[in-house]
Design a protein around this ligand. Structure first.
Ligand SMILES: [Zn+2]
Length: 78
């Protein structure tokens, strides 16, 4: 499973319920090699690529399927 650690910054106007700007920064990524590479054919050649580059999320192996972990949320009033 690839794990993306994300820091979120929300910027609010005074007395607003919702942020007018949300910034997301990926601060670290942990990943491992694909467990089920997919065979593709292109211009008569064959190659194996990571399933995360080819298949929809629900069919990706556990090393390719991304998992988002929000490590920090900052709320700023402008
Ligand atoms: Zn994979």
């Amino acid at each position: 499973m690839s794990v993306h650690h994300v820091r979120v910054t929300e910027i609010y106007a005074r007395a607003a319920d919702h942020p007018w700007l949300t910034l997301r920064h990926v601060i670290a990524v942990e990943s491992a090699p694909c467990l089920a590479p997919v065979l593709i054919r292109m211009a008569g050649r064959h190659a194996r690529i990571a399933c995360g580059r080819r298949l929809p999320l629900d069919r990706q192996c556990r090393n390719c399927a991304p998992r988002i972990v929000v490590t920090e949320v900052r709320r700023i009033t402008a």
